[in-house]
Design a binder for this molecule. Structure first.
Ligand code: PGA
Length: 254
């Protein structure tokens, strides 16, 4: 099974409206390899609509950075999956380590969101990854497995095939310290084996596993050379057109 690489830009809580629109238009107008790589941008929710308009008709997809799992209701400050779909989202990032760290997202909570997203036809990008202390203590495999089993509990094989996993070692996010290609590949390969053991070989070979954490224009290619690294979830380097495009080009060359 040939997995099409997938590069998504997580803009986090950056950009104002005009800058967000300009960045989206820049990426959309210069993205030249939609036959070889999938691309999405995930702006702050308040700019999803404007960015969605800016990339309309292009091959760049839109993604949310989070959602609440229920349908409409009295949940002040929250955005649900229907709303993400309504403004044109195809993807939603769920369980990012910053959500887990600062906003109390647990595996169980992430799981509810994943199930709700899939039910609506939104494709979740589910983040897993260990902290530096956990890595030093030799717990990486166990931590990632626990997050996988908890965040992705109760999915059918068909649903699992639609999920994108982002392996993001917490110590590599926003730090400039990227995981070594072989270090990341080891976790990606473990994740694929885990999917096979929980589902089957076909599902395992179809799920795309992105790497995230200090992916830059000059280090993306070496990551994408690894057999089980199917693209990237990019933070900082997705905030500029040129650096994001270079990462996309590196993925297209995979
Ligand atoms: P970074 O962020 O590329 O800035 O390290 C990655 C992420 O958090 O998804």
């Amino acid at each position: 099974m040939v997995r099409r690489p997938f590069v998504a830009g997580n803009w986090k809580m950056y950009k104002t409206r005009n800058d967000a629109v300009a960045l989206a238009k820049g990426v959309a107008s210069k993205f030249a390899t939609p036959d070889r790589v999938d691309v999405a941008v995930c702006p702050p929710s308040i700019y999803l609509d404007a960015v969605g308009q800016a990339i309309k008709g292009s091959s760049v997809a839109l993604g949310g950075q989070n959602m609440y799992h229920t349908t409409f209701g009295a949940f002040t400050g929250e955005v649900n999956g229907e709303m993400l779909l309504d403004v044109g989202c195809k993807y939603v990032i769920l369980g990012h380590s910053e959500r887990r760290q600062f906003f109390g997202d647990t595996d169980e909570f992430v799981n509810r969101k994943v199930l709700a997203a899939l039910k609506l036809g939104l494709l979740p990008i589910v983040c897993v990854g260990e902290t530096l202390d956990q890595r030093k203590a030799g717990q990486t495999a166990k931590v990632v497995q626990t997050q996988f089993d908890g965040s992705l509990a109760g999915l059918t094989a068909e649903q699992m095939s639609q999920v994108v996993i982002a392996y993001e070692p917490v110590w590599a996010i926003g730090t400039g310290v990227k995981a070594e290609p072989r270090q990341a590949e080891e976790v990606h390969a473990d994740l694929r084996k885990l999917i096979e053991s929980r589902y089957n070989a076909q599902v395992a070979s179809s799920v795309r596993i992105q790497y995230g954490g200090s992916v830059k224009a000059d280090n993306a290619a070496e990551m994408f050379q690894q057999p089980n690294i199917d693209g990237a979830l990019v933070g900082g380097a997705s905030l500029e057109v040129e650096s994001f495009l270079k990462i996309i080009e590196a993925a297209a060359a995979k």
